[in-house]
Structures are given as C-alpha cells and as structure tokens.
Design a protein. Sequence first.
Length: 279
Amino acid sequence: AKEQGRNQVQIFDAGMNLQTQIQIKKTTELRIALEQGQMELHYQPQFCLRDGSLVGVEALVRWNKPGIGLVYPGDFIPLAETTGIIVPMGKWVLKEACHQLSAWRQAGFNNIRMAVNLSARQLRQPSLASDIAGILQQQEMNADMLELEITESMLMEDMNTAITTMSELNQLGIHLAIDDFGTGYSSLAYLKNFPVRRLKIDKSFVQDLTADTEDTAIISAIINLAHNMGIAVIAEGIENEAQLEYLRQLNCDEGQGYFLARPMPAADMDKLLQESCPL
Ligand code: C2E
Ligand code: CA
Ligand code: CA
Ligand code: CA
C-alpha cells in the first residue's frame, strides 16, 4: 500500500510537470505567433434594423496557425489573458482594426464604425486611454468611429477602475458598448454610472427569442429602459428571420449575426462594402 501511494505521488507529479510543460509550450507558441504576424482580424457587419444599412463592423481576432489553419479566440484568449499576452495582442488588434477602418474610409466608406473587444486585463492598464489616443492619431482616425466593447462582467468585477478608465476613453470621444448584456448581475440602474453609448444584448437571449416569452419580455424591457436613458441597443447572434422580425418589432436599433452576415476576412468585407454602398 505504501509503494502504491508513492507511485501515485510520482504519477501526480509527472502529470503536473506535463501540464506545466504544455502551458509553457503553448504560451511560447502564442507569443511567437503574435511576433510573427500569425494573428488576423475578421470583421462581422452590424446593421441598422430600421433601414438595413451597414453601420459598423466588429473586429474578431483569429490565429492563422501554420499547418493547422484558423484557431478561434475561445482557444487562445483565456491563455493570453492569464499570461498577460493579451496586452500586446490587444494593442495589435486595436492598431490593425484602426488601420483597416482608415483604409475603408479612404476608399469612401466613411460612415462605418469599428467595434473592438477589450479584455479585463487591458481595461486595468493605466495607459490604455493614452495608448489608444496614440493609435488614433497615428491612423488619423476620429475617436467617435471607434467603439470599444466591454463585457458586463468586467464592469462588475472592478467597478472603480472601470469607471475611471471608461471616463478617460469617453473624454477622448470613443464610444463604449456593454457586451454580453443580460448575462451578468448588473441592473440597468448601474448604467448611469458609466458613459455608455450602446448595449449589446447577449446572444443567449436572442437565440430562443421566438420560443421563450420570458426572454422576449426581458429584451423588451432592456430596450425600452435603455432608450429612456439615451442608450442605443444592438442584438448579437441573430440566426434566423423570426429573431430578426421580433427584434424589429421590439424596436431594437441594430443587429448582428450569422443570418445577416458571418465574420469575414478584410478582402471579403471590401466586396460587401462595395455591393452595399455603390459609390
Ligand atoms: P463576442 O465579443 O461575444 O463575439 C461574438 C462571437 O459570436 C464571435 O465569436 C462571433 O463569431 C460569434 N457570432 C457571431 N454571430 C453569431 C451568430 O449568429 N450565432 C452564434 N452562435 N455566434 C455568432 P468568436 O469570433 O469565436 O469570438 C468569441 C469571443 O472571443 C468574443 O465574443 C470575444 O469575447 C472574444 N474575442 C474575439 N476577438 C477578440 C479580441 O480581439 N480581443 C479580446 N479581448 N477578445 C476577443
Ligand atoms: Ca463583442
Ligand atoms: Ca457578445
Ligand atoms: Ca431562455
């Protein structure tokens, strides 16, 4: 029994080492990926639900891993977040997204905005606002063309830091949107503490909108209260026409989802822009 116990300890240790080794290998891989330019952005269009016009795009990061293909953020953002790689990665995302928007604006598509996701770690960087101000200047881009998506849970985690940083960003003229709205524990009353331009209703509410009268009531309440506070509403995860119709009836301002358009590389977005806004 004693020997067995010893073996178990050895196996456990070996397992820990292996886990650690894998973690270190993945971290190194990710760092190199960023340095070697293996990250790319895809863009998912956002539409006005009243007139169907394309009003913006959300930048979504992908890792184009040699010999593997596209790796989605769910498979590397958590590691990037715990290791801190998200900070330089987030900076790259912001630069690339702003650079792309400038290119589209120069091509004549000057009414679309760029939405970029922020991570909790980025929001805690004291230099975030000045870093972004630098990027905007470099890209000769107006601050109000940039929208930063911050999840509801990030706000709740560290409210004081969030309020400070968000106020700085707001002073620059950048728009702020609350992502995944409805999944956290915040109430709409909290929102008066934050300089928020837009709420993004989480896709879990949109998904069973037609079947679930409770979700319909929740979304309806969110939209009405937001509008009363001067906050616009976008719904994500629209996958079928019925959901789109419901959201229209509920007076939702904007929508995003596979039914309308999937995230796509910049080159495909070029084509879509040319089709949807003939010059
Ligand atoms: P998110 O910000 O909630 O982004 C929306 C996700 O839903 C995207 O997944 C998008 O491809 C997907 N989606 C779009 N339309 C539909 C739909 O109709 N149905 C369904 N089921 N899904 C839809 P993706 O690209 O895999 O990104 C996952 C998450 O990774 C994002 O969730 C965001 O939290 C994070 N993320 C992506 N890019 C970045 C980034 O540059 N920085 C940071 N910090 N996080 C990022
Ligand atoms: Ca988002
Ligand atoms: Ca979301
Ligand atoms: Ca439900």
